[in-house]
Design a protein. Structure first.
Ligand code: ASP
Ligand code: MG
Length: 406
């Protein structure tokens, strides 16, 4: 007997057949005498479809009306899920975000959760109901419907799990868990049994886009243990929890490849205080998110600055930097499109040495040139040639022995 929050994403409630199948899974947990709270997304594609309709009628739709519209997607699935459970003879009640006590700030379409008053959910659980909560939505202090930003139902689930003090939050999705690498690139990648929040954040923000990063941050902050698993089979998934000492035995947990960024090089800029500040200020004003940053040692009063930005922002970044170069004593800017960022991640790096040397050796043995390097406490990233990225990922995965059971 435990208290479980189960979250089902868009592909898990994609049609009535899928809803019937997850209802059976929900009922099974309920029949095992668990308290069960379910958070659902809209059917996959529905939120995009609604946004499309809104934009067709009005290129810049009003934010309040947008939330009114988008909340519809999840409202459909809570009701259908409850009905499917009733058909199986299980007592279930649906709740909108507001009815579930999810209070947000006033920022329509990107609201933050302020608090959750779980009284209503608790009362329904006490009467042995399964409570079905609409993900992605809440209500602000004025009673207006708000939404939490794209992918927000992950956050709803984690926040509800925290509010009802769930023993476990299960995130049901269309992947089986978190892997040592993307199995489409590295065929012998292995599903991880458990990882820490920080590792999940590093792996998820870099391509293994399993879950909304904000939801993982929230889980870390409030220590919500969650499991990422598939709703398409019965296999156990990956448990994500607080770091424990034994996790450090594994030096590298996984290898991530990110092909979504490009490299921007600013050559021959003046090497004096304030130059970098001006360049990055301009990029911030242009709302370009910069990732890796490297500056070489200046020579003769000039220096080179290199950084990575999202592929879609490359033109905007280049134009913004060109404007500022004129004001700070010249220089040139070039974009290299054919790059990928490869990273190795693991909390064990904090206490083990030799990770960089193993990584660089694996790359050099495969004749892969390193263009940029950056490190953090639990991650080493390199920028390499895009054409060699998959091969490099396989070599690095092998070099760290990740295919074998840890
Ligand atoms: N339906 C919302 C979206 O597509 C929320 C979610 O699915 O997490 O972004
Ligand atoms: Mg989602």
């Amino acid at each position: 007997m435990a208290r479980i929050v189960q979250k089902y994403g868009g592909t898990s409630v994609a049609d009535v057949e899928r809803i019937r199948s997850i209802a059976a899974r929900i009922k099974k947990s309920y029949d095992e005498k668990n308290d069960v709270v379910v958070v659902v997304s809209a059917r996959s594609g529905v939120t995009n479809e609604l946004i499309g309709k809104a934009r067709f009628l009005n290129p810049s739709p009003n934010d309040r009306e947008m939330d009114m519209l988008l909340a519809v997607g999840e409202q459909e699935t809570i009701a259908l899920t409850a009905m499917a459970l009733h058909a199986l003879g299980a007592p279930a009640v649906s709740r909108t975000g507001g009815q579930a006590g999810i209070l947000t700030d006033p920022a329509h379409t990107r609201a933050r959760i302020v608090s959750i008053n779980a009284e209503n959910i608790e009362a329904a659980l006490k009467d042995r109901n399964i409570v079905i909560v609409a993900g992605f939505q809440g209500v602000n202090a004025e009673g207006q419907i708000t939404t939490l930003g794209r992918g927000g139902s992950d956050l709803s689930a984690i926040a509800v799990a925290s509010a009802v003090k769930a023993d476990l939050c299960q995130i049901f999705t269309d992947v089986e868990g978190v892997y040592t690498a993307d199995p489409r690139i590295v065929p012998d990648a292995r599903k991880l049994v458990e990882i820490s929040y920080d590792e999940m954040l590093e792996l998820a923000s870099m391509g293994s886009k399993v879950m909304q990063a904000r939801a993982v941050e929230f889980a870390k902050k409030y220590r919500v243990v969650f499991e990422v698993r598939s709703s398409f089979n019965e296999n156990p998934g990956t448990i994500v929890k607080e770091e424990v000492v034994s996790m450090e035995d594994v030096v590298v947990r996984g290898v991530a490849v990110d092909k979504s960024q490009v490299k921007v090089t600013v050559n021959n800029i003046s090497d004096r205080p304030g130059t970098a500040a001006r360049v990055f200020h301009t990029l911030a004003d242009a709302e370009v998110v910069v990732d890796m940053i490297v500056q070489n040692v200046g020579r003769g009063g000039r220096a080179n600055l290199t950084f990575t930005v999202p592929r879609d922002d490359a033109d905007r970044a280049k134009k913004a930097v060109e404007v500022v170069l004129g004001e700070i004593g010249g220089g040139t800017v070039a974009v290299t499109n054919e790059v990928a960022k490869l990273s190795v991640v693991g909390v064990g790096m904090r206490t083990h040495s030799g990770v960089a040397s193993t990584l660089f050796t694996a790359l050099s043995e495969n004749n892969v040139n390193i263009q940029l390097i950056s490190t953090s406490e639990i991650k080493i990233s390199v920028v390499i040639d895009l054409a060699r990225a998959d091969e490099a990922a396989r070599a690095v995965h092998e070099a760290f022995g990740l295919a074998k059971e840890a």
